[in-house]
Design a protein around this ligand. Structure first.
Ligand SMILES: [Zn+2]
Length: 180
């Protein structure tokens, strides 16, 4: 991607990132920092809190209708313990993408109104080396609508400006992190 003129700070930024996301489920941030190590475990792919809340990191792909896409939110979803165990079991398995989707709940408040926290999702296992895809329940929620209908580059730039200038809690990811 080439650069863009930022309407937030007025400067030319070198690259328009196409992927953003929080580094942990929102529940993680609600735990006092001093207690996190004792109560939970956070890796680049999975998170467990209090031995009973299980999360995995997935991708919300959003088509871009007037430019190179997709735009991607990396976000955390909660799954049942059984499905998390199944995910671990299949982690290194060839052909794991034939697995039926798992039901789950989105566990991040992405910058949308109303909140995206606890939206219903299906998590689709992808081939080895790729993060699972998050498919939102078909509703009139703006994120669900964006996933079905796509967004324009101008919208991507708006999201990027808000994230890069700290107005929303989301960090850019590089392509390598995204395929994961
Ligand atoms: Zn800027």
């Amino acid at each position: 991607m080439s650069g863009y003129l930022c309407t937030t700070c007025g400067k030319q930024h070198e690259e328009l990132p196409m992927c953003f996301g929080p580094r942990a489920p929102d529940l993680w941030y609600s735990i006092p920092e001093a207690e996190r190590e004792e109560r939970g475990e956070l890796s680049s792919d999975q998170c467990v809190i209090d031995g009973k809340y299980f999360f995995v990191l997935g991708r919300i792909l959003i088509p871009v209708v007037d430019g190179p896409g997709p735009f991607i939110w990396l976000a955390w979803v909660s799954l049942s313990e059984a499905n998390v165990l199944r995910t671990c079991e299949l982690w290194e398995s060839e052909g794991r993408e034939t697995e039926p989707p798992y039901f789950g709940w989105l566990q991040n408040a992405l910058p949308y109104e109303p909140t995206t926290l606890n939206l219903k999702i299906q998590l689709q296992t992808m081939p080895l080396g790729e993060r699972p895809n998050i498919v939102l329940e078909k509703t009139t929620h703006p994120l669900s609508v964006e996933q079905r209908l796509g967004i324009k580059m101008a919208r991507v730039q708006k999201i990027a400006e808000a994230a890069l200038h700290g107005e929303v809690d989301a960090q850019p990811f590089h392509r390598e992190d995204v395929s994961g």
